[in-house]
Design a protein around this ligand. Structure first.
Ligand SMILES: *[C@@H]1O[C@H](CO)[C@@H](O)[C@H](O)[C@H]1NC(C)=O
Ligand SMILES: *[C@@H]1O[C@H](CO)[C@@H](O)[C@H](O)[C@H]1NC(C)=O
Ligand SMILES: *[C@@H]1O[C@H](CO)[C@@H](O)[C@H](O)[C@H]1NC(C)=O
Ligand SMILES: *[C@@H]1O[C@H](CO)[C@@H](O)[C@H](O)[C@H]1NC(C)=O
Ligand SMILES: *[C@@H]1O[C@H](CO)[C@@H](O)[C@H](O)[C@H]1NC(C)=O
Ligand SMILES: *[C@@H]1O[C@H](CO)[C@@H](O)[C@H](O)[C@H]1NC(C)=O
Ligand SMILES: *[C@@H]1O[C@H](CO)[C@@H](O)[C@H](O)[C@H]1NC(C)=O
Length: 428
């Protein structure tokens, strides 16, 4: 398995094959004389040329030192990133007659090499410039089966109102290659990802970082998987997202198995940063504001906790815990505690939500999914308190944000979806 011990060379090879990068680095070393030691805390300034493909971004790295003895550090953060590895811990029990635990739980991310990128992105301006854009962040390990649907979706969207970014696991093959709106949109520094592992968190953080630094107009950041489809037109989605000043991120408290999930890294492992009563669970398919995207890429404290390896693989789902816990802690009032990506978990206990197959996909399904009401995490807290429903509580209960996306659909659903794209899905 490439994932278990990727050599830097193989990763580099995979990346270069998959991604025709054309990054231009302009390294400017500016000796300055200052007496303020604080200047070194921000050694790099990246200026990007907005609008271009992420690969034509010109990075200008300016090194500022506290005195005239100039320290040159020309280490290229992207090349360094390529050298990053995913470390695996050898299972302590290698009795092969016992079922091996899911290997994903053994994985944690060594993202030292991403840190330069995260630091830069954390300093991006939190206020989006106009016209505000939606950044669509696709996190994938496969070719995008619904690319033809997205193609129609974006065809009707003004180019000035969106950007597309793709994080593509470089250990996978992409055949057919990304084309159309996805062509040249794979971010440099994409790394291997695995379900139920911190690699998915890192990948989302990389996407957010690139989108933050690439275009200051990016105002909302929507994370999507290859099995997601749009439930509405771009126009509707754009209006819904830009009308709100909040992020949409599912934040659930006291979900079943919450304690086991909190303790999956060891009973005390999350302490003191994440006490159990501050632990939250929720879908990783969020839409974040620019301000919150910055919060996520700037975070190091909680990330170190959620990146810790699990000792209990069956309750370890870091990607469904990190964003909810972090944003609930930093700015609960800035979040609508629900996801706008519809998913059906009813009756599922195998860790996979329902996947609609081609025979089930028709106008009725789309209408039904659109009619659904998101599950709001803060309502559940009120119910626990048993005294809710009055005054503002009741108005809070009347909330009903529309689902904008849905998952999961089998790849062969693309045919029925295409046949009703203009007549049903994008008609609103
Ligand atoms: C300048 O900085 C270097 C390393 O950052 C340090 O070793 C040196 O003492 C400093 N010189 C002065 C004059 O502050
Ligand atoms: C150079 O920068 C890289 C990443 O930006 C960092 O890991 C490394 O420690 C730096 N080296 C020196 C000598 O400052
Ligand atoms: C597991 O296998 C490795 C080599 O594959 C060996 O070094 C180690 O001693 C084994 N551990 C146990 C507990 O059998
Ligand atoms: C391996 O595990 C099985 C089931 O737990 C047990 O019956 C068997 O004795 C073990 N074998 C060794 C070599 O430890
Ligand atoms: C959490 O949920 C469990 C059942 O899932 C319930 O017994 C317990 O009272 C809940 N805790 C709180 C603080 O509401
Ligand atoms: C599609 O899903 C439905 C409902 O789950 C199921 O009854 C049917 O057998 C599935 N069809 C195929 C071809 O998998
Ligand atoms: C209803 O709202 C009032 C204030 O508006 C508050 O004092 C009270 O605790 C709330 N709950 C109930 C059950 O009355």
């Amino acid at each position: 398995m490439l994932l278990l011990s990727p050599s830097p060379i193989s990763l580099l090879g995979a990346l270069l094959l998959c991604l025709p990068l054309a990054l231009i680095f302009t390294i400017t070393t500016t000796p300055t004389t200052t007496t303020n030691g604080g200047a070194t805390s921000s050694p790099c300034i990246i200026t990007t040329t907005g609008g271009a493909s992420p690969f034509q971004t010109t990075l200008t790295i300016t090194t500022t030192t506290t005195n005239t003895s100039v320290k040159k550090n020309t280490s290229n953060p992207v090349l360094t990133a390529i050298k990053s590895t995913i470390k695996t811990r050898r299972p302590t029990n290698n009795n092969t007659t016992t079922a091996p635990p899911p290997s994903t739980a053994e994985i944690f991310v060594d993202d030292e090499d991403d840190n330069a990128l995260f630091r830069l992105a954390a300093r991006a301006n939190p206020n989006p410039t106009r016209p505000r854009k939606i950044a669509f962040l696709f996190l994938t390990t496969t070719p995008l089966p619904f690319a033809p649907i997205w193609e129609i979706y974006f065809r009707k969207a003004p180019k000035t109102l969106y950007n597309v970014y793709v994080h593509a696991d470089p250990s996978s093959r992409y055949d057919p290659p990304f084309s159309g709106v996805f062509e040249n949109r794979v971010i440099p520094g994409s790394k291997p990802t695995r379900r139920h592992s911190p690699t998915l968190i890192s990948a989302a953080r990389r996407l957010l970082s690139h989108a933050l630094t690439h275009d200051q107009s990016n105002s909302k950041f929507a994370l999507l998987s290859p099995s997601c489809i749009p439930l509405h037109s771009f126009r509707f989605t754009y209006k819904t997202l830009t009308r709100s000043r909040k992020s949409f991120v599912e934040i659930l408290k006291n979900e079943s198995g919450a304690w086991e999930r909190w303790a999956a890294r060891g009973e005390e492992a999350m302490l003191p940063e994440v006490p159990f009563d501050e632990f939250r669970i929720g879908s990783q398919f969020f839409v974040l504001t620019r301000r919150h995207a910055r919060v996520v890429v700037a975070d190091r404290r909680l990330w170190a906790k959620f990146n810790a390896p699990c000792v209990e693989p069956y309750t370890c789902y870091p990607e469904e815990q990190y964003f909810a816990t972090l944003l609930n802690r930093k700015d609960p009032r800035g979040c609508v505690p629900a996801t706008l990506t519809h998913v059906d978990w009813a009756g599922r206990d195998d860790g996979h939500p329902r996947t609609y197959n081609a025979t089930e996909v028709g106008p009725d399904l789309i209408v039904r999914l659109r009619r659904g009401r998101p599950r709001y995490g803060d309502e559940e807290e009120e119910e626990e308190e048993e005294d809710a429903i009055n005054g503002t509580d009741a108005s809070v209960r009347k909330r009903r944000h529309p689902f904008l996306f849905a998952r999961k659909f089998s790849p062969d659903s693309v045919e029925p979806l295409l046949s009703m794209a203009n007549g049903v899905i994008f008609r609103d």
